[in-house]
Design a protein around this ligand. Structure first.
Ligand code: ATP
Ligand code: PYR
Ligand code: K
Ligand code: MG
Length: 571
């Protein structure tokens, strides 16, 4: 068997580097050859379309595809405007997630977030009624349908960690230094008695001991346990602050987190399973699983989704926010479709000063294993109340972008803050600036990406994507085009974090929405065929007619139908 690369060029001719032109993924390939297409100036296609066609059969395929595809290409108005105004280079690579809450649940508010760059809307099942969540999901769907957005929906499970009750409808309660509060497993029929907080975990009163420290939201408010009376635990406030509804509770003894029977609480509670069923029926794109401890629960959920016939349609995101999840990090991430650095609770479970190193490790492992990673919590916390962020917050956002995480997430800033749109604008502008700085400095990572594919054809796809990204950087191309049915090939290109944006063309709306979570991908929905030349022609024609690309733009194209890398100027 020979392994050869034949390279020849003609001026104004697209160069196509094929690994055996008509082979498919399931057929291992052993030869590299370089094929070229001649220009055909008598193309049957309109003058704005590409001139890559070289046989009457191909021309007729393209002509049919272009004329019958009434839907054309689906892309949102914001991306379209951005591409037209500022060109490829200016597009944002880091994706943005907004937690939706009372401040942002109206249709116009959601629309403002989508226009501000929200790629994913997150619904936290700790809060709100099912009707409320259904309303938000439907509004986002309507926004996508009416305005061409591809905002994905992520449902975040409540999990069964210990948390406070909902404060009987109050938005917060102030706890002052030296006050004695009662934490109890009793439920209240009517209004909440003064200085009393209900606790979600029945074993709470048994597990705590006098002298333990009780931390609300990882230390936003602190108490010391002074007395236990049946189901009631009397606590002295030692660090005053605001108690928010359903805030997380942890207790500490001699400087370590107490993990007694509460460590045995199920990761996915019965309420979570009902929420998951609801999410499936409403067609959410991602389920983020809170307090994951091992890969087992992720595998369990994935089997459940597969049994419900929506395995490929719902991505499972592991939230890394417990000590156990750090211990089993690699296996959890391998089992998942992505991970979230949930710094809020993580910072309540490990010492705060260890959180930055944990973040960096999680981001690296995700990148190595080709899973999208989200950095979440307190990115712009002060913007819940103030219209500008602190300098330290801007530095924190910059660091997450510099680590090249896939996505940044707003929590309270967008859910119940006073300046949700401004917070999103800060994320957007900081991301753009840091990404540009990275490119200007030519700061390529020195450590090469480790191979991840197990089968030979997976390895070929990976090598193609690695090479395409390298070629894109070395040749200074304007964009990588990737044609992908299931999105995998697009994720492999994204993993390389090339200098230029990645136009990801996919045939289904649900894959398009899911690609919206990954670094650098600009997802388009487009129906395409197995024939790459006709796909390219069609894409060039559609994008040119909408002013999103122009003649002369240099493009590298890969696809999961044909194992090839093609480099060409837009005709
Ligand atoms: N659907 C909602 N309805 C009402 N308030 C909400 C909603 N979602 C979020 N919030 C408010 O925004 C705050 C921050 O949201 P966030 O999603 O970070 O929640 P959290 O309670 O800190 O828990 P988690 O650890 O699950 O993120 C919440 O404490 C709550 O006050
Ligand atoms: C997002 C989340 O759950 C956390 O930071 O704890
Ligand atoms: K949650
Ligand atoms: Mg959490």
């Amino acid at each position: 068997m020979s392994q050869s690369i034949n390279f020849s060029t003609l001026s104004r001719t697209p160069h196509l580097l094929h690994l055996s032109p008509h082979s498919r993924f399931n057929r291992p390939l052993t030869s590299l050859s370089f094929r070229q297409f001649t220009l055909n100036h008598t193309s049957l296609i309109t003058s704005s379309s590409s001139k890559l066609l070289h046989s009457p059969a191909e021309r007729s395929v393209v002509a049919a595809a272009v004329s019958t595809d009434t839907a054309g290409i689906e892309v949102d108005t914001v991306t379209e405007a951005e591409l037209k105004e500022n060109g490829f280079r200016s597009t944002r690579r880091t994706k943005l997630i907004c937690t939706i809450g009372p401040a942002t649940c109206g249709f116009e508010q959601l629309e403002a977030l989508a226009e501000g760059g929200m790629n994913v809307a997150r619904l936290n099942m700790c809060h709100g009624t099912r009707e409320w969540h259904r309303g938000v999901i439907r509004s986002v769907r309507r926004l996508n349908e009416e305005k061409g957005f591809a905002v994905a929906i992520m449902m975040d499970t409540e999990g069964s960690e210990i948390h406070m009750g909902d404060l009987g409808g109050e938005s917060s309660a102030k706890s002052e230094d030296g006050e004695v509060w009662t934490f109890t497993v009793r439920a209240f029929d009517s209004s909440r008695p003064a200085r009393t907080i209900s606790v979600s975990y029945d074993g709470f009163a048994e597990d705590v001991r006098v002298g333990d420290e009780l931390l609300v939201d990882g230390g936003m408010v602190r108490f010391e346990v002074i007395e236990k009376i049946g189901p009631d635990v009397k606590c002295l406030c030692t660090d005053p602050g605001l108690l928010l509804p359903r805030a997380n509770l942890t207790f500490w003894r001699d400087g370590s987190l107490v993990r007694e029977r509460n460590a045995m609480l199920p990761t996915i509670s019965s309420k979570d399973w009902l929420d998951i069923d609801f999410g499936i029926s409403e067609g959410v794109d991602f389920i983020a699983v809170s307090f994951v401890k091992s890969a087992e629960v992720i595998n369990h959920l994935k089997s459940y989704l597969a049994a419900r016939s929506c395995g490929g349609d719902v991505g499972v995101i592991a939230k890394i926010e417990s000590i156990d999840s750090l211990t089993n990090l690699e296996e959890i991430i391998l089992a998942s479709d992505g991970a979230m650095v949930a710094r809020g609770d993580l910072g309540a479970q490990i010492p705060l000063e260890q959180v930055p190193a944990a973040q960096q490790r999680i981001v690296k492992v995700c990148r190595a294993l080709n899973k999208p990673v989200i950095v979440a919590s307190q990115l712009l916390e002060s913007m819940i109340e103030y219209p500008t962020p602190t300098r330290a917050e801007v530095a924190d956002v910059s660091e997450a972008v510099r680590q090249r995480s896939d996505a940044l997430m707003l929590s309270g800033e967008s859910a119940m803050g006073q300046f949700p749109d401004k917070a999103l604008t800060v994320l957007r502008s900081v991301s753009l600036r840091i990404e540009r700085w990275w490119r200007e400095e030519k700061r390529y990572e020195s450590t090469p990406l480790q191979p991840i594919g197990s089968g030979f054809s997976d390895r070929i796809s990976e090598e193609i994507c690695n090479s395409a990204a390298k070629m894109a950087n070395n040749l200074g191309v304007d964009a990588v085009f990737v044609y992908t049915k299931d999105g995998h090939m697009a994720s492999l290109v994204s993993r390389c974090r090339p200098d230029c944006p990645i136009f990801a063309f996919t045939t289904t709306t649900s894959v398009r929405r899911r690609l919206n979570l990954q670094w650098g991908l600009i997802p388009f929905r487009l129906s395409f065929s197995e024939d790459m030349e006709s796909n390219l022609n069609k894409t060039f024609s559609l994008l040119k007619s909408r002013g999103m690309i122009k003649s002369g733009d240099l493009v590298v194209a890969v696809s999961d139908m044909l194992q090839s890398i093609q480099v060409m100027n837009v005709p």
